[in-house]
Write a protein that binds this ligand. Structure first.
Ligand code: PLP
Length: 312
């Protein structure tokens, strides 16, 4: 893999990257019985710092609970293991992927007696939607695939199997020549991108789909709602009709991997005046970048600084 690091933490042990393997009959591989997180650590003046680490760990435990999966480590153990994995790999900034999955030993759909394994990987990962995405914005397409509904799966969980839905949307948008898919929810309102939450701006007010629109409760989304309100903007969490995407003055998506990315075109409609990133989008992007990189005093408590490694 490009950007492979040296070690992966697996069930309490630090394992060389190339030896971090599972059996081909791993339950999660067959049935998607895993839950995971996507987290980022940034190089800051206080050292390497993990953005909203506790919130990501809490969501990992929430996803596991929703799938009746007991995590055989405490929140504090996962946190410390993540710190160790980053320092052991000597990374100043990285993407962090903890995964909890049903392991090897028993097949069949009844999972409750199958062992639960945990791994934490870290690696260098650049802008998820491409280097130019943050400055130039992206072109998106409303997908023909609806986001998983709450009566079939659990939008609030970040579970491995659920991502087949995002993957279908991603493939469709890619084949059609777009950089990202926007999924509607089960009733046809705007939901989110294949791996990001979505916001629109109309007449100076910021709108984003609510928790009941089958969204993943994104950490970036929560952060941006707070930042926007702190800056004095009105943010409404409400159902958004598809046409409002095309009529919006500004649209942006946000997620841990992508960060804040303006959307310049949706279904071949230019967004706003000329498809260039809008004014409010740019203000929020700057404030969010400052928070991520530890340049903001106000959001300093969102950063979990990785303790410096004691000399060997
Ligand atoms: C489907 C989906 N929605 C939204 C998000 C954004 O969530 P977060 O900001 O917590 O990364 C992600 C990324 O994790 C995602 O996969």
């Amino acid at each position: 893999m490009e950007n492979a690091a040296d070690f992966i933490w697996m069930n309490g042990e630090m394992v060389p990257w190339e030896d971090a393997k599972v059996h081909v009959l791993t339950h999660g591989l067959h049935y998607g019985t895993g839950v995971f997180e996507g987290v980022r650590a940034y190089e800051t003046a206080r050292g390497t710092a993990i953005f909203r680490h506790q919130d990501h760990i809490d969501r990992l435990f929430a996803s596991a609970k929703l799938y009746y999966m007991p995590i055989p480590f405490s929140r504090e153990e996962i946190r410390a293991a993540t710190h160790d994995t980053i320092s052991r790999n000597g990374l100043a900034s990285c993407y962090i992927r903890p995964i909890v999955f049903r392991g090897y030993g028993t097949m069949g759909l009844f999972p409750l007696e199958v062992r639960v394994d945990v791994a934490i990987s870290v690696w260098k990962w650049g802008a998820y939607l491409g280097d130019a995405s943050k400055t130039d914005g992206i072109r998106a397409k409303v997908s023909s695939w609806r986001r998983i509904g709450p009566d079939a799966l659990i939008p609030h969980a970040k579970a491995s199997g659920q991502y087949l839905n995002s993957i279908l949307a991603k493939i469709e948008s890619h084949k059609a020549g777009y950089e990202e898919a926007i999924l509607l929810d089960h009733v046809g309102n705007v939901c989110e991108g294949s791996g990001e939450n979505i916001f629109i701006v109309r007449d100076g007010t910021i709108h984003t789909p609510p928790q009941t629109a089958s969204i993943l409760d994104g950490v970036s989304r929560r952060s941006l709602i707070q930042i926007a309100r702190d800056l004095g903007y009105t943010v409404l969490e409400r159902d958004i009709a598809r046409a409002e995407l095309y009529l919006a003055d500004e649209v942006f998506v946000c997620g841990t991997a992508a960060e804040l990315v303006p959307v310049r075109e949706i279904d071949d409609h230019a967004i706003g005046e000329d498809g260039r990133p809008g004014e409010i989008t740019l203000v929020l992007q700057r404030a969010y970048d400052d928070a991520l990189h530890g340049r903001s005093e106000r959001y300093a408590e969102w950063l979990d600084v990785v303790p410096a490694r004691a000399p060997a």
